[in-house]
Design a protein around this ligand. Structure first.
Ligand SMILES: Cc1ncc(COP(=O)(O)O)c(C=O)c1O
Length: 379
């Protein structure tokens, strides 16, 4: 095997010496407070059986799609899946991508262009950042969830703006679990004719069709990104928007065009998950909401609120500064039977390292109590 270039070796060494080396681990048999499978759909037998039935009914007993959707990969499950997704989210159209990462990279590299501006929340997901990095538009970040700072940044630009303005945020932040003031953002974008783009990866399912739908803001949003690998327990993502936006992405979005389409079984799982979201899955949403309420009450009861970031979502973060400390805390919780992952710097800023606790519909109240008792002992 040929030797690693010196620069690469040094980067790895640095990760090791700062305690931030990422490693692949097998998920042990611990109580799940870590996965994004918020509603337990990934292991739901009903969804699995329904997916198999869809494949059989459509004579799609194949392991792969065979090509890009623009070539031979556009099998017959895509059209009904996209219609179902658009209808559920009250969008004019939906376009399925292979993942949320692909959807964000494909959208941001293709839609905002030279002369345009992208104003983005400083904590947006890496996939949006990577898409922005591929765009010729000028990108400026604003302080997390701070609409005042966003307005100030735009005010400073105002005379110089000739192109379009895109404002980008998430409805539930993946590493913080918090939510921006969506009404304020929507009103501001509407008033100035700016294009608001919202990533709903962690709101879909947890908040039924997402927070934009819950707040009746669908008409005011230029594009929504919904993903299927989290509460829907499947894989893939979709961009929701107008029919013209969909047509544009089919023509210009490179991660859509130059990649093999999702296999029939992946799309069948998406359809089955959306059906479940409107059927038996509703009770899972209620159980999850109850667990979120219970968790927050138990945190307060133990006097730990100060260590936690404010959140009404399924993601609750307990700040434990320093990579070493937060890793040790995660290991102690694992020894007590709980799977809670540490989020290290540089994924989050230095000093803001945290335990990211994901709540699920299937977590019992006893599990939540025991987890918080063990955590309180560590704090
Ligand atoms: C906010 C957000 N957007 C997009 C993605 C990427 O989605 P996917 O896992 O489907 O690639 C993630 C995944 O972590 C996310 O948290």
């Amino acid at each position: 095997m040929s030797k690693l270039p010196i620069k690469i070796g040094k980067s790895l060494e640095k990760r090791k010496s700062t305690g931030s080396l990422r490693e692949l681990k097998f998920s042990e048999d611990l109580v799940d407070f870590s996965s994004n499978d918020y509603l337990g759909f990934a292991g739901d037998k009903g969804i699995f059986d329904r997916s198999s039935q869809i494949l059989k009914e459509n004579l799609l007993l194949k392991t792969g799609s065979g090509g890009s959707r623009l070539l031979t990969g556009n099998h017959r499950l895509f059209a009904p899946a996209e219609e179902l997704i658009a209808a559920y989210h009250k969008a004019e159209a939906a376009l399925i991508f292979n993942s949320g990462y692909d959807a964000n990279v494909g959208f941001f590299s293709a839609v905002p262009g030279r002369g345009d501006y992208i104003l983005y929340d400083e904590l947006i997901h890496a996939s949006i950042r990577d898409g922005i990095g591929l765009s010729a538009a000028k990108a400026i970040k604003f302080r997390h969830n701070d609409v005042g700072d966003l307005q100030e940044k735009i005010r400073r630009l105002k005379n110089g703006i000739s192109g379009e303005m895109y404002i980008v945020t998430e409805s539930v932040f993946s590493m913080d679990g918090d939510t921006p003031d969506l009404h304020l953002l929507a009103a501001f974008a509407e008033e100035h004719n700016f294009h608001l783009v919202i990533d709903e990866a962690h709101a879909v399912g947890v908040n039924k069709a997402g927070l934009i739908a819950e707040e009746n803001l669908e008409e005011k949003i230029f594009a929504r990104i919904v993903t299927f690998g989290k509460a829907l327990g499947a894989h893939g993502a979709a961009v929701l928007g107008s029919t013209e936006l969909r047509d544009y992405l089919i023509n210009f979005s490179r991660s859509f065009i130059y990649s093999t389409a999702l296999a029939p079984h992946a799309v069948a799982a998406i359809i089955a998950a959306y059906e479940n979201l409107q059927g038996e899955g509703i009770s899972e949403i209620e159980k999850l909401r109850e667990n979120i309420r219970f968790f927050k009450a138990e945190v307060s009861k133990r006097g730990c609120q100060k260590q936690f970031l404010e959140s009404n979502s399924a993601i609750h973060c307990c700040i434990i500064p320093g990579n070493t400390g937060v890793k040790a805390a995660s290991q102690s919780l694992a020894a007590a039977g709980f799977d809670v992952r540490p989020i290290l710097s540089p994924t989050v800023p230095i000093g803001r390292e945290r335990l990211r606790i994901c709540l699920h519909s299937f977590n019992s109240k006893t599990e939540i109590e025991e987890l918080l008792t063990a955590l309180k002992g560590l704090l």
